[in-house]
Write a protein that binds this ligand. Structure first.
Ligand SMILES: Cc1cc2nc3c(=O)[nH]c(=O)nc-3n(C[C@H](O)[C@H](O)[C@H](O)COP(=O)(O)O)c2cc1C
Length: 382
């Protein structure tokens, strides 16, 4: 999904551009301004927030599909309601809204960790009123001793890392420890290594090929790419070139060149996924839940996903979410297609009664991941 490499901008037209044009583009695209401007302020501001505002400031830094930030928050003195923002659903790329609901779960986890750090014991109720399906959760706040946990401390340092990873193997014991830190009630993380990981990588490539051959899915994904500095600062969401895991030089060149066609971008995305991301994955993790179609499973699975990402960050491990297989499986269900990736998913659950919800790769990286933009706290409180 939001991992198109934008590499299509590198090459081809470059030689034709004059120095003056490049100078103009450098300013227009914020070439040297990686991670700066108000769109990125929520990352630095988090440490300065306190009280209930801090809880929302933590929530919005969570991982979320396509950086769509599909949330809003109703803040009252003794509780916060987390509500889905339907205007931010992803359409054909997430046809059964799996990823949007998981994203709400990620935000809920950051909110709960920040609540504990701010001296509250958060009590969670999922879907408090089923006649209002967008009302994802109520978090009731009761005073308690402040607990600034290790996972809480990682909130502003966690970013999705799409770079190539090193060949250093991750100790399986460490992966089990990370799963232990992340797993919440009824949710499990299954690690794929060796030949299982190879098989998973092949499936990811095949799913991505199928996805980019589906014009509606490809277009739904492309809608979230933000191409210019102005667009990023105005919209404060979506996927940027800075977050693609490329070197500083390559990122700067890509920013200065005109955006490629959707087809070209898709082909470069596939190439980066196959030749860099899948080729260097040390292992994959799959979050397994009791019922991947049920909102509660998705929310608890999202909380677990966020905890895993924070725990990986605390241990110096890079993580990239990779969900093309479920995106295709859900698309098959939506359109009544034969379940090629749906069947593969069943196989991936490893005979477990639990069902695959979301997945990611892990590894060690020499390249620090850069932050993605976020809307302001004031923009998401209703
Ligand atoms: C449910 C979910 C699905 C995601 N799927 C992908 C994916 O398939 N590929 C990818 O590169 N990133 C994926 N992401 C990562 C988001 O794009 C990322 O969290 C978002 O852009 C914000 O960036 P940050 O995590 O660095 O803060 C996913 C995140 C979530 C929560």
């Amino acid at each position: 999904m939001p991992r198109r490499a934008f590499l299509a901008r590198v090459g081809g037209t470059g030689a034709a551009l004059g120095a003056a044009t490049l100078g103009y583009r450098a300013v227009d695209q914020g070439v040297l301004a990686t991670g700066t401007g108000t769109a990125y302020a929520p990352w630095a501001d988090f440490a300065d927030r306190s009280g209930l505002e801090a809880l929302v400031a933590g929530a919005i830094l969570a991982a979320n599909a396509h950086n769509s930030q599909p949330w809003s928050f109703d803040v009252q003195p003794d509780r916060i309601d987390v509500i889905a923002d339907r205007s931010r659903l992803l359409g054909a790329i997430d046809p059964l809204t799996r990823e949007s609901v998981v994203s709400l779960g990620c935000a809920i986890e950051n909110l709960a960790l920040t609540a504990r750090a701010e001296g509250f014991a958060p009590q969670l109720t999922y879907q408090p009123d089923r006649s209002q399906p967008d009302w994802a959760a109520r978090i009731t706040l009761v005073a308690a001793p402040a607990d600034r946990s290790d996972l809480y401390r990682m909130i502003p340092d966690r970013h999705t890392n799409r770079s190539g990873y090193t060949s250093t193997r991750i100790d399986p014991g460490l992966l089990e420890d990370i799963a232990g830190l992340g797993e919440l009630d009824g949710v499990k993380v299954r690690w794929l290594m060796g030949s299982d990981a190879d098989r998973y990588g092949e499936l990811l490539v095949a799913a991505t090929e199928t996805l980019i051959a589906d014009p509606e899915q490809s277009a739904a994904s492309a809608e979230w790419f933000r191409h210019s500095w102005d667009e990023i600062q105005a919209r404060r969401d979506g996927i940027t070139l800075d977050a693609q895991g490329m070197s500083i030089l390559r990122t700067a060149i890509a920013k200065m060149l005109p955006a490629g066609s959707r087809e070209r971008n898709d082909n470069y995305w596939l190439m980066a996924l196959r030749d860099t991301q899948v080729a260097t994955a040390a292992a994959y993790g799959i979050v397994l839940v009791p019922d991947s179609a049920a909102a509660e499973s998705r929310l608890i699975g999202g909380r677990t996903l966020q905890r895993i990402h924070l725990a990986a960050t605390a241990n110096g491990i890079a993580l990239q979410h990779m969900n093309q297989i479920t995106e295709r499986a859900d698309r098959e269900l939506q359109l009544g297609l034969s379940p090629t990736f749906g069947d593969a998913l069943e196989e991936l659950s490893g005979g477990d009664a639990l069902q695959p919800l979301v997945a990611f790769r892990v590894g060690y990286s020499n390249r620090e991941a850069r932050p993605s933009p976020r809307r302001a706290v004031g923009d998401v409180i209703v």
